[in-house]
Unconditional design. Structure first.
Length: 197
């Protein structure tokens, strides 16, 4: 479950990063568009008015100064965004490393859990108990396992799973006339118990 949450968090971070890149592109485009509009307005004003040559040069100088200032601002913003992108890449690498560590730890924990469950099973149901169920009549074993199932489903499924396949089949067959629903559930749980998760 934690694995899924981490995976979703990573996807969310990647989506946010992509949105920020789009926003950065639009942010960089905006000053250029504003400057272009300003140039067009000044050009229109210059061409429509009967301003002398000196006034035209003053306007051109102002436009040029404004364009240089805008260019400096754009370069500063570009540097800031490059630093931001570099930091994002560092964070992404760190997140990838932590996720990889998490997966390794999760694998180790799952292996330990499997080994622990095996030891618990071996202690709970030793071979002598299994042989007892295998050696009694299938009809009697069916009654015993059915009664055990009503009290401890996990243990009943475990015993049925450890009994030899042929004997377990006979016990389940004998259980069907007694309680069809329980025999079906027990068979399913005995099989599901060892399915990989």
């Amino acid at each position: 479950m934690r694995d899924i949450k981490d995976s979703e968090e990573i996807k969310d971070l990647i989506k946010k990063k992509e949105k920020k890149r789009i926003n950065i592109g639009l942010f960089l485009l905006l000053p250029v568009m504003v400057t272009a509009v300003a140039v067009c307005v000044y050009w229109f004003m210059f061409s429509e008015s009967s301003v002398n040559a000196q006034a035209g040069q003053d306007i051109s100088q102002k436009i040029l100064t404004e364009l240089r200032r805008e260019q400096q601002l754009l370069e500063q913003e570009k540097k800031r965004l490059e630093e931001y992108e570099l930091n994002l890449k560092k964070w992404e690498a760190e997140l990838d490393r932590k996720y990889s560590d998490y997966l390794q730890r999760l694998k180790i924990l799952e292996e330990r859990e499997g080994a622990f469950n095996k030891r618990v099973e071996d202690r709970v149901v030793n071979r002598q108990v299994i042989e007892t169920y295998e050696n009694i009549d299938p009809e009697q074993a069916a009654v015993l396992i059915r009664n055990l199932y009503s009290k401890d489903r996990w243990l009943a499924a475990l015993i049925l799973r450890k009994i030899s396949g042929r004997k377990a089949g006979k016990i389940l067959e004998a259980m069907i006339p007694l309680d069809k629903e329980t025999s079906t559930l027990l068979a399913k749980e005995a099989l599901d118990y060892y399915k990989p998760k």
